[in-house]
Design a protein around this ligand. Structure first.
Ligand code: GLU
Length: 476
């Protein structure tokens, strides 16, 4: 995917780190300590499948242990390699620092094409991989807590949690060893949608600030904005769905690995997703124009471009042709270091990955806390909250009657006011608060320092500063 001569993904992340570090007052020793990846464990294990032994290669990389547990997903893809896992682990460190989830950064990966294997085979492979990591404490509620990433989801996380529980029968916090589990197996409401929801909340926050919009030459709110989404996986799908159904955005193109669909009037995201899951391809979808060379649409005219698939899709070979004034990095590392420079030169505003896709780890944090506290969020307060609201409504109605004021509360207000927050409502509220607070921290640096030109450098500065403080307080 990368044009030859471009740095690797990990080098690209390091170069972005260096841009920010150059504007900070870190001692060279501390700067180096933060930049480097602490350790990467490689495992090759065999599983007997279809009558023969298949060998798989997997990784778990720990970038920074300034806070523990360390956190980050496990990816299943044939392209997984050490460089990629280390880059992703580093991004996890900065992401967690930026959104204030109390974790260090980690990432895992398994070289596998999950579509080649049956469900029961994937379960054997996952359990074996998990076994290798658990016995080295690379999965552990206090030390290292994985989550879903590309190619994995609730199902794999449930297998991992169960494998850990089998190997640690007396650990009362066993369920906190992994996040992104299904709700019936210790998961939390709203985790599956969380990363896409976070992208929506990030854009809403961006559009609240007129000066920020102006930097991208945009105005107004999200209503009617023309959006191109690359990748209709979990993140791209939820982001596109929420932006179109709740904010009035028009999804004018969806780019997938086997082509792209476009419709200037806006695609119906839910229908496209149904089509892909039924047909296994985007091809043949009846209500839109089809383009074989999907990547070409990354360059098409739009207001917001959302790369939501994988790293390196905007590179030296296509950056100059990108026309979107605003890019939000829903994927990790979709823009290479070289491409980033070109896009900045063109005045394109980039909402960086470590912020844009932090919704996933934020809700993972809520899930981990829920697992450790052994109680569903809202269970103690919800009805008490409703009872108080009811008191207020009854009192208002009594006053209105006694004083013959003739007030009537609208039924819609009454219903909403009388409904206490359930787990999903609390998760969404916590996520919204996180996305707003982190954006404000970033934008203070962006607007407050004349030497900071872009949101990515601002994000790195906020994150690195927090990691540095944490190391310093440990005596480093
Ligand atoms: N894999 C996701 C990410 O890149 C989620 C990580 C987590 O929830 O720990 O942020």
């Amino acid at each position: 995917m990368l044009v030859s001569g471009e740095p690797s993904f990990r080098e690209s992340v390091d170069l972005m780190f260096n841009r920010a570090a150059a504007l900070m007052n870190l001692s060279p020793g501390l700067e180096q300590k933060i930049r480097v990846c602490n350790s990467t464990y490689t495992v090759r294990f065999g599983v007997r499948l279809r009558g023969k032994i298949e060998t798989f290669t997997g990784y778990r990389s720990v970038h920074s242990e300034h806070m523990e547990p360390v956190k980050g997903g496990i990816r299943y893809a044939m392209s997984v390699n050490q460089d990629e896992v280390e880059a992703l682990a580093a991004l996890m460190t900065y992401k967690c620092a930026l959104v204030e989830t109390p974790f260090g950064g980690s990432k895992g990966g398994l070289c596998i094409d999950p579509r080649q294997w049956e469900e029961h085979e994937l379960e054997m492979i996952t359990r074996r991989f998990a076994y290798e990591l658990i016995k080295r404490d690379l999965i552990n509620p206090a030390q290292n807590v994985p989550a879903p990433d590309m190619g994995t989801g609730e199902r794999e996380m449930a297998w991992i949690a169960d494998q850990y529980a089998r190997m640690n029968t007396t650990d009362i916090n066993a369920r906190a060893c992994v996040t992104g589990k299904p709700p019936h197996a210790g998961g939390i409401q709203g985790r599956v949608e969380a990363t896409g929801r976070g992208v929506q909340l990030a854009l809403r926050e961006f559009f609240r600030h007129p000066e920020d919009k102006a930097k991208a030459g945009l105005s107004g709110d999200l209503d009617g904005k023309r959006v191109i989404v690359q990748g209709l996986g979990n993140v791209g799908y939820h982001a596109a769905k929420f932006l179109s159904e709740e904010d009035g955005c028009k999804i004018i193109a969806i780019i997938e690995r086997d082509g792209a669909l476009s419709d200037p009037a806006g695609l119906r995201v839910e229908e496209v997703r149904q089509w892909i899951s039924k047909e296994g391809t985007i091809k043949g979808y009846p209500d839109a124009a089809f383009t074989e060379n999907g990547a070409a649409l990354l360059e098409a005219d739009c207001d917001i471009l959302i790369p939501a698939a994988m790293e390196g899709v905007i590179h030296l070979g296509n950056a100059a042709n990108i026309s979107a004034p605003l890019i939000i990095e829903a994927a990790n590392g979709p823009i290479t270091f070289g491409a980033d420079e070109i896009l900045r030169g063109k005045g394109i505003v980039i909402i960086p990955d470590m912020y844009a896709n932090a919704g996933g780890v934020t809700v993972s944090y809520f899930e981990w806390v829920k697992n450790l506290s052994h109680i569903r969020f809202g269970r103690m307060q919800r009805r008490a909250e409703e009872a108080r609201s009811r008191l207020m409504v009854e009192e208002l109605e009594r006053l209105s009657n006694d004083q013959q004021l003739g007030w009537t509360l609208s039924p819609d207000f009454k219903e909403r006011f009388l409904t206490g927050s359930d787990e999903l409502a609390l998760v969404r509220s916590g996520l919204d608060d996180t996305m707003r607070t982190a954006y404000q921290a970033m934008r203070e640096v962006w607007h407050g320092r004349p030497d900071v030109e872009d949101l990515r450098v601002a994000a790195y500065i906020v994150a690195i500063d927090r990691v540095a403080k944490s190391y310093r307080s440990k005596g480093l």
